[in-house]
Design a protein around this ligand. Structure first.
Ligand SMILES: [Zn+2]
Length: 269
């Protein structure tokens, strides 16, 4: 049942976004779509298989274990279930925001995370382009956050399903009228907002770290409304990798010498 909810919601949103991208793309792709999709989906398949045979639904299992053993902040309180669900979701989202900031700030994590940023285009498949080791580390981090919070299993399931959905949505190469986008991003991370994070300009890469809601970027001062060159003109990807990297090259990327720009320095580009 839990697999059905995860898989079904992901596939449904993926198809919806793919159709939307075909109808109203925001920017033209710089590479043949078939090559782009093949690489990113191969990476997704690698991640899914690796998780399947290793940690799987470990965050959810951790939540169940924490509940049984009274671990974590929310297991020592007796608040209404809806409040605990909401708090758990919000705090898990904050934890992931902080993890994303660290992925840019610490060289060892940036080595893994730059696989995601090395995409020369930005579409829904960019949202599933992650190095398998980053996925595994992320799961360990999530397990620790779930245990510390004592997040209820239902909150963890909702959080993970929403996070996967948000990643496909906010990487969408889709056009949303500016007026609607401006209103939407008061609450959620829209594709135009997250696209700024994929700019090759360091100051812009190091902004808009949020996945689901825009609150954390606004609170922590990492919010940036638009790229300096405008949504249609700015360069996507990393300055040091302007070539298209295939599946094998992406798996090896964290171990290559050219480290590139990992720092949170606000240098003028
Ligand atoms: Zn990032």
């Amino acid at each position: 049942m839990e697999i059905l909810v995860r898989f079904g919601s992901f596939i449904a949103l993926f198809i919806l976004m793919a159709l939307w991208e075909m109808q109203r793309p925001r920017r033209p792709l710089t590479q043949p779509k078939v090559n782009h999709w093949r690489t990113n989906l191969a990476l997704l398949l690698t991640d899914v298989l690796l998780l399947r045979f290793t940690l799987g639904a470990a965050a959810l299992a951790t939540a169940g274990y924490a509940q049984q053993h009274g671990w974590g902040l929310l297991n020592i309180t007796a608040w209404p279930a809806w409040l605990e669900l909401l708090l758990a979701w919000l705090l898990l989202d904050l934890a992931l925001y902080l993890q994303h900031v660290l992925s840019h700030a610490l060289p060892v994590f940036w080595r893994l995370h730059r696989v995601h940023h090395s995409d020369l285009d930005f579409d829904l498949t960019t949202g599933v382009r992650f190095h398998p080791l980053e996925i595994l580390l992320s799961m360990l981090y999530k397990m620790a956050a779930v245990a510390a919070l004592g997040a209820p299993p239902l909150a963890v399931l909702i959080f993970e399903v929403a996070l996967n959905g948000a990643s496909v949505f906010n990487h969408g190469n889709v056009y949303i009228p500016e007026k609607i986008d401006r209103w939407l991003r008061f609450l959620i991370v829209t594709p135009d907002m997250h696209r700024v994070h994929h700019s090759s300009v360091v100051n812009e890469t190091n902004s808009n770290f949020g996945f689901s809601i825009s609150l954390w970027d606004r609170l922590c001062g990492t919010y940036r409304a638009q790229p300096a060159l405008g949504q249609l003109e700015f360069e996507i990807g990393l300055k040091e990798y302007r070539e298209r990297l295939g599946w094998g090259a992406l798996l090896l990327l964290p171990f290559r010498r050219r480290l590139g720009r990992y720092s949170l320095r606000r240098d003028a580009d």
